[in-house]
Design a protein around this ligand. Structure first.
Ligand SMILES: Nc1ncnc2c1ncn2[C@@H]1O[C@H](COP(=O)(O)OP(=O)(O)OP(=O)(O)O)[C@@H](O)[C@H]1O
Length: 332
């Protein structure tokens, strides 16, 4: 197999199937990832994300299908792939008594042409805790250290498996900034996550994996436009009858969602192209509390998979989770 050229996908997966006994973890997955992009593998726990990433880096043998990473089959883990394609190391690989900086210095000695340690600690903010021992690092610091380790050989492909798992919102934010720093013209970053906001903010492209199958693929904005198009216009109307007549006349589908303080809570699903028309027609002096919501990745995910993902990564039926259509109703 020839090594891939600059314009070839850095990762090319075709018909990837992974079977563990009776369980099918991946079922005929196809996807490409290119240099210069951050690709998110999005799915709930058990969707097959780790299997996909670890197969790409040659840590698991596949049942069927082909995988090429920078033009090479990763399965025998050829030596020349190990520096060019890296994955964040697991806890077990680290020595608790070393400091973060010493860990990186030791790790860099395993490579022939590593980056200088300050070149990876700076952008990832590891310098701030470089003198702390591994055993006392916070979850967020630990994750950033692991990413710094994966970066040391200046790889062309970096795989990050749920880098923000278990982190609180502040640490997740810091980690996101760190991951954004990895984007480079010659580098392909693939990360798995179950956090929609992370995928939407960081990733140039997303592959949605659900039950081992690829459910959707593309830039987040395209996935949203395809699967959660349009807007939801909501307001409170004191004269509901007049507004309902106007809406009917102009072909807007009005939904009455409850009442609040003597007003009717109204909801209209409207395409972006008719939003201004709906606003000028329906919203006026006898309306209040106007709110416009656009579809997001969470909505798109729910539309594609029929489920949502909670903060812990557990899959929930779409109807069990709060939707953008849920309004607080007046119980008085
Ligand atoms: N070594 C294994 N032996 C048997 N079954 C496995 C093995 N590894 C994964 N599985 C099963 O394959 C499916 C996909 O698992 P995988 O870990 O790839 O999913 P994931 O999306 O990464 O989930 P999580 O976020 O929980 O790690 C799950 O049903 C899991 O139980």
């Amino acid at each position: 197999m020839a090594e891939g050229g600059r314009d070839d996908p850095a990762v090319r997966v075709r018909g990837l199937t992974q079977v563990y006994g009776p369980a099918v973890a991946l079922d005929g997955v196809d996807f490409d990832a290119h240099r210069g992009e951050i690709v998110g593998v999005l799915g709930p726990n058990g969707a097959g994300k780790t299997t996909l990433l670890e197969t790409c880096v040659g840590l698991r043998s596949r049942t069927r299908g082909t995988v090429e990473v920078i033009g090479l089959d990763p399965e025998p883990r050829p030596l020349r792939l190990r520096e060019r394609v890296t994955v964040q190391p697991q806890h077990a690989a680290l020595m608790p008594e070393l400091t973060a900086r010493e860990t990186l210095e030791l790790w860099s000695s395993f490579y022939r042409n590593p980056l200088a340690v300050p070149d990876v600690t700076g952008p990832l903010g590891v310098e701030d805790f470089g003198d702390r021992r591994v055993s006392v690092l916070s979850g967020g610091q630990f994750q950033r250290l692991r990413i710094a380790m994966a970066l040391l050989p200046d790889p062309e492909v970096v795989l990050l498996d749920e880098p923000s798992a278990g982190l609180d919102p502040a640490n997740r934010k810091a980690l996101r900034r760190a991951v954004a720093e990895l984007r480079g013209e010659n580098r392909c970053v693939i990360l798995s996550t179950h956090h929609m906001d992370e995928a939407e903010e960081l990733c140039d492209r997303i592959v949605v994996v659900d039950g081992g199958r690829l459910a959707a693929e593309g830039p987040p904005s395209r996935i949203v436009a395809e699967h959660a198009p349009g807007c939801q216009l909501r307001f409170e109307a004191s004269d509901y009858g007049t507004i309902a007549d106007l809406a009917r006349e102009h072909g807007f589908d009005l939904e009455r969602r409850g009442t609040r303080g003597g007003c009717v809570l109204v909801e209209v699903e409207v395409g972006e192209d008719r939003l201004n028309e709906a606003l000028s027609l329906l919203v006026g002096s006898d309306t209040a509390g106007v709110d416009i919501r656009r579809g997001d990745l969470e909505e798109a995910f729910a539309a594609v998979t029929g489920s949502r993902i909670d903060d812990e990564g557990q899959r929930k039926p779409a109807e069990d989770a709060p939707r953008r259509t849920e309004l607080p109703l007046d119980t008085r």
